[in-house]
Write a protein that binds this ligand. Structure first.
Ligand SMILES: Cc1cc2nc3c(=O)[nH]c(=O)nc-3n(C[C@H](O)[C@H](O)[C@H](O)COP(=O)(O)O)c2cc1C
Length: 187
């Protein structure tokens, strides 16, 4: 390549990444006044298995990010197929999120854990952060994690959808080869 092209435009980049559907989570924490904070997050990624470390990429403008950095702990609430209204709710920073939705402090850490329309929860301690462009990558070691049997919520091409795979979290059935299209990624 003689001359490196300029980075692709915002629309093309968004269209490209939008064609890579992801699960949907709500990242929660507690602010310096002890109030719960949270935001919808699809940038969740597994980073390391041993130790168990995940990452989320949060906008530098995010109020949840500021609270999370100060508190040092955060939760990842995985949304279920019925959770698109929860995702929209936590994507609107003008709303007071925790007054209208059921939640409780997670045992041990006190991190806000959503009740209803979720399929799993992980409690994390921040191990590192890195500013990259207009986002901060937050790395967290997972202190506790549990996952139910619900159907995950997906997001892509600006639409929500229910995961079309085996219902009721039938992981054992998938491993036994009942669904020939399954595969496992190491991390
Ligand atoms: C499906 C979906 C996924 C999102 N994923 C992210 C994300 O990974 N990182 C991010 O910074 N914002 C993401 N957002 C936008 C934030 O949820 C939104 O900007 C929110 O209002 C930030 O709240 P806060 O400023 O109170 O922290 C997402 C929104 C939607 C609808």
């Amino acid at each position: 390549m003689d001359v490196e092209p300029d980075p692709v435009g915002n629309e093309a980049y968004r269209a490209f990444m939008g064609s890579f559907p992801t699960g949907v989570s709500v990242v929660t924490t507690v602010d310096e006044a002890g109030r719960p904070r949270g935001m919808t997050c699809s940038s969740l990624s597994s980073v390391s298995l041993d130790p168990p470390i995940l990452s989320v990429c949060l906008s530098v403008t995010s109020g949840t990010l500021s609270a999370l950095r100060a508190h040092g702990f955060f939760g990842v609430n995985l949304l279920g197929a019925q959770g698109s209204s929860v995702a929209r709710h936590f994507a609107d920073s003008t709303l007071s999120h925790f007054e209208r939705l059921p939640w409780r402090p997670a045992a041990g850490t006190g991190i806000p854990r959503l009740d209803g329309d979720t399929i799993g929860f992980a409690a994390c301690r921040v191990t590192d952060t890195k500013l990259v462009g207009d986002h901060v990558v937050v790395f967290g070691v997972v202190l506790g994690a549990d996952c139910g049997v619900g159907v995950p919520l997906l997001y892509g091409r600006r639409q929500f959808a229910a995961w079309p795979g085996a219902a009721k979290g039938d992981v054992a059935g998938q491993r036994a080869g009942l669904d020939g299209a399954t595969a496992e990624r190491p991390a």
